[in-house]
Design a protein. Structure first.
Length: 145
């Protein structure tokens, strides 16, 4: 398994252990993790702290030229909000752990030039399936349903 996807999975597990939703993300530039995060909506009472948003926030202020050579890893297909951040900052590559339990606007990202790679990693799928089964109300809240 890709070490960066593994790091995103570790973030997802951290979120779950904190009582949150098990989605993790890392931002990689030049082969190094520059930001990492996990969904903290429940832990922080936040409407926007999805894993990708937390990851980008934790990376801190970066130059546009840095984002343009970055890869964002996420254990789950990013939603509209998180996909918008990919487009806003010009992140050219997105590695998705899985899009079976939820599929964001991947086709739109592709149409805008983002290289989207979906791994459909079993560990990512299992984390989300178990969470959705055990906490459907929290999951529906997270995706705006």
């Amino acid at each position: 398994m890709d070490k960066f996807l593994k790091a995103a999975i570790d973030e997802a597990k951290s979120g779950l252990s904190e009582g949150g939703i098990p989605i993790g993300s890392v931002l990689v530039i030049d082969g190094k993790i520059v930001g990492r995060g996990h969904n903290k909506r429940i832990q922080n009472g936040s409407p926007i702290l999805h894993a990708e948003m937390d990851c980008i926030e934790n990376a801190g202020r970066l130059k546009a030229s840095d984002y343009r050579k970055a890869t964002l890893y996420s254990t789950l297909s990013p939603c509209d909000m998180c996909s918008g951040s990919v487009l806003l900052y010009g992140i050219p590559r997105l590695i998705v752990g899985e899009n079976i339990t939820f599929k964001g606007p991947e086709d739109y990202l592709k149409s805008r030039g983002v290289d989207v790679v979906v791994e459909n990693n079993e560990e990512c799928i299992n984390l989300m399936e178990k969470f959705i089964e055990s906490s459907p109300d929290l999951w529906n809240e997270d995706i705006g349903e």
